[in-house]
Design a protein around this ligand. Sequence first.
Ligand SMILES: Cc1cc2nc3c(=O)[nH]c(=O)nc-3n(C[C@H](O)[C@H](O)[C@H](O)COP(=O)(O)O)c2cc1C
Length: 373
Amino acid sequence: MDDKKRNLSEKRWRPDTLISQRKSEHLQIVADHDVAHCGNTLLDNIHLLHQALPELDSDEIDLSLEFFSKKINAPFIITSMTGGAEFAREMNCSFANSAQKEGVAFAVGSQRVMLHHPEVASDFTVRQHIPDGVLLGNIGAVQLSEYPPEVIARLVESIEADGICVHLNVAQELMQKEGHRHFRGLLDKIAYLVDYLEGRVLVKETGAGMSPEMLGKLSSIGVSYIDVSGSGGTSFTKVEMHRAPDMDLRRLAETFADWGVPTAVSVIGARRIFKDRACLVASGGIATGLDAARAIAAGADMVGFARPALYAFLKKGTDGVTALIKCFKQELKTAMLLTGSKNVTALQRATRVYTGELHQWLSAYGWLDEGKQ
Ligand SMILES: Cc1cc2nc3c(=O)[nH]c(=O)nc-3n(C[C@H](O)[C@H](O)[C@H](O)COP(=O)(O)O)c2cc1C
């Protein structure tokens, strides 16, 4: 075990609340175990065509775009992970610092713990580390049944965030002994919050992706920021498998370890359904800037990553996270030059070929007019 991982293992987590304890266990499990989804993002079934005469110079490539009404330098977001545990403040400060340095966005982990234990607010108040950038809060959709939008709005204000991510995690909840079992009425609650916060809401999955049916529902209520968080990256059913208190739950989690809609399928579906009515983030198993380029060519505006940022932090702290973002940028820029794409919009129009399993998914949905097959 390297130093940071040992450090994390030896850290005394705040033992005061069940939510903090669960958060800590998640971090610990992701640090110590293989929690990669058994399946694939299918991003490697997206082939960007090499342009030997790109008619572009390296320094012409522009990665910038607008996100939550702010200009950011590159289409990346470090997606939600933590808060409510001792090590969490250090991590959130580190992510915020790197995001500020590199001009990318950052979202804190679930703020649910703040609703029960306001004393942990400092884990989430990292605005001073990302004064100019996009900072987002986070809450579970299931919490919207328990708390009115005014309370959720206060969570956003309390950390001076630009908006809030609402996460969907039905698969994960079902693998938890203490998890929620009631999921009726959540779409209406999300719609109400979107209205209340005047659109400053990003609806995200947590690694199980989004089907066209589900994306259609989100489109019908006017959500304008989506993170598909598809399968192929971190598997939360696998994470829960490692904390299952009994054999039955362990078996259930094992059975569903490869559950979900792959990231590539989720993104292509989202773009078809939303057309230009939403800003789409592709996350779930983004491992390189080339993955990012493929996801953008398939329809994403932005790309997100969680576990790679956690590993970078555990290895080398803020420097590690900053280096990871630099590396993603460099790889994305290279793919853009090689496809003759001057900016993100041009990359979205780059010629691509869909093959293999992705081709089969698109065929099943009757989407074979996508790209060139
Ligand atoms: C340790 C850990 C904790 C996470 N906690 C949250 C959370 O509190 N809220 C949330 O919306 N997503 C959470 N996620 C999910 C991520 O934001 C992301 O959607 C998912 O891990 C897929 O991305 P990845 O494959 O890059 O890890 C967490 C992920 C990890 C690895």
